[in-house]
Ligand binder design. Structure first.
Ligand code: PXP
Length: 248
């Protein structure tokens, strides 16, 4: 593989959001995992939230049992999630902060405040041969703590940068980008693998993807949202064809 290749992890949580809007089976989350593999994703990310608002336990089971693509299993640092992670032994465990009221993962993990709990989880997952990644802000002290408690990688939170781009606030975006660049350099120098994600769109991907220390991006919401526009033509076309056939 080209040493500069940047991996893409596709987060399919919002395929499950859409499924859960109706209950039932459509869109099928396992089919989405298989499809993103076919389309060249390097990993599939699923976040099993405490409130099960999108991905459900059965999705985790189905995708991990299928085993066709490396799973990046996103979880909060709780005993329940530790047990589920140890049961399925995915390629990577991505530990994130979780707050019941938030709409999405807001802010990075406070690794310093939770170093004992997270450190213990890292040791357990290492025994099970899962790599552990910590979702953090590009903050020097947090990055150093992530390295010192034995994380394999960090995923740098790009949400603030991406929001600044969406809002047209270039001054803020430049500041955020510099922080991400410095964080990526520091993390790599400490032996961490550097990933990044949250809020990435076509408008914000290029500067992030140009940071040489970053080896993987995790992208979800925008990809699923954009898919409606690039995919509806085909689904409506097929429905039209079947309707016309029925009347032929
Ligand atoms: N990384 C982490 C840790 C996340 O929580 C999320 C959102 O679920 C993502 C990446 C992907 O963010 P988005 O859905 O905004 O692309």
């Amino acid at each position: 593989m080209n040493k500069d290749y940047l991996k893409l992890g596709v987060n399919i949580d919002h395929v499950a959001t859409l499924r859960n809007a109706r209950g039932g089976k459509y869109p099928d989350v396992l089919r989405a995992a298989k499809f993103v593999k076919e389309l060249g994703a390097d990993r599939v990310t699923i976040h099993l939230r405490e409130d099960r608002r999108h991905i459900m336990d059965q999705d985790v089971h189905n995708i991990c049992e299928w085993g066709g693509l490396a799973v990046n299993f996103e979880i909060a640092a709780t005993d329940e999630m530790l047990a589920i992670g140890l049961k399925y032994k995915p390629d990577t465990i991505l530990i994130v902060p979780e707050n019941r009221m938030e709409r999405t993962t807001e802010g990075g993990l406070n690794v310093i405040a939770k170093k004992d709990v997270i450190g213990a989880m890292i040791r357990e997952f290492k025994k099970a041969q899962s790599k552990v990644s910590l979702f953090i802000e590009a903050d020097e002290a947090q990055i150093k703590m992530a390295a010192s408690i034995g994380a394999h990688s960090i995923e740098i939170h790009t949400g603030e940068y991406c929001d600044a781009i969406t809002d047209g606030n270039q001054v803020k975006a430049d500041k955020c980008l510099e922080k991400i660049q410095n964080g990526a350099k520091l993390g790599k120098s400490l032996g961490l693998e550097i990933h990044a994600g949250h809020g990435i769109t076509y408008e914000s991907v290029t500067p992030i993807a140009s940071i040489p220390e970053i080896t993987e991006l995790n992208i979800g919401h925008f990809l699923v949202a954009e898919a409606l526009f690039v995919g509806l033509a085909q689904s409506i076309g097929e429905m039209r064809r079947l309707m016309d056939l029925a009347r032929a």
